[in-house]
Design a protein around this ligand. Sequence first.
Ligand SMILES: C[S@@+](CC[C@H](N)C(=O)[O-])C[C@H]1O[C@@H](n2cnc3c(N)ncnc32)[C@H](O)[C@@H]1O
Length: 270
Amino acid sequence: MSTDDSRSGYRRQNQTAWNRLSDGSQFAKTASDEECRDPLNALDGRGWLPPTVAGMNVLCLASGGGWQSILYAAAGARVTVLDLSPGMLELDRREADRRGYSVTTVEGSMDDLSMLHDESFDIVHQPVSTCYVPSIVKVYQEIARVLRDGGLYISQHKQPTCAQITQRTERNQFIVGIEYFHEGPLPKVEDTSYREAGAIEYLHRWDELVGGLCRAGFVLEDLREPRRADYKAPVDHFGYRGRFIPPYVRLKARRLPRQQSTGSTRLWLP
Ligand SMILES: C[S@@+](CC[C@H](N)C(=O)[O-])C[C@H]1O[C@@H](n2cnc3c(N)ncnc32)[C@H](O)[C@@H]1O
């Protein structure tokens, strides 16, 4: 096992990378006043959330940066935001203070939620971030543990093909240069359209992303591929690449009642 793959290696390096990105990057965009006026619509254009989240316990997982946490707080939820980066969490605290919201911030890694109690959340909302940990299995197990029966898990992930692209030809065709069954940290690549500078990333296959979710005690209720195709974008822009390779997948999953989820064997729900 390389040092980068060791427990502290990926966390330390990704914490440094994300602290840097907390300073003015597109991922550190806090919720606007306009978004706060209609927070559920800003958070969820697909109708995956219930009509109200007021009073619900929501875990914004790996969501530092003052966007998701502030919107859920604006919608009346009791919000905990957990993130690896103190820099990103500082934005959540600053925005919550400024707006008079109460948001609990926790510095930690998504693959160890031991500081959070069993069955303590109604909703877990996770933006693209599982690519920063070597094993998605532990992440799903932890989310299944902290969610109540019937709780909602909304997440977005990088698609495996997105992680496999290494470079372009002189005709701007994309080269799948990393094997599908690649293990360990992804190598550096020439085409960094969907890579974050300085971060260690991992490829998670469909078996892990979707099958793993079911094996962890969830039922999948919906799956969407957000469009990142931009037909006006120049060829070196990520929007051009989005015409050929869908970068992300969004999953809506529901925590099965515990008595109905028995390891890999599932009982049919009525
Ligand atoms: C794409 S950003 C998402 C945040 C942002 N609010 C958004 O949606 O634009 C990914 C987040 O994952 C966090 N992160 C990376 N590795 C993590 C880990 N192991 N555990 C928890 N958070 C992690 C980063 O600090 C960063 O805030």
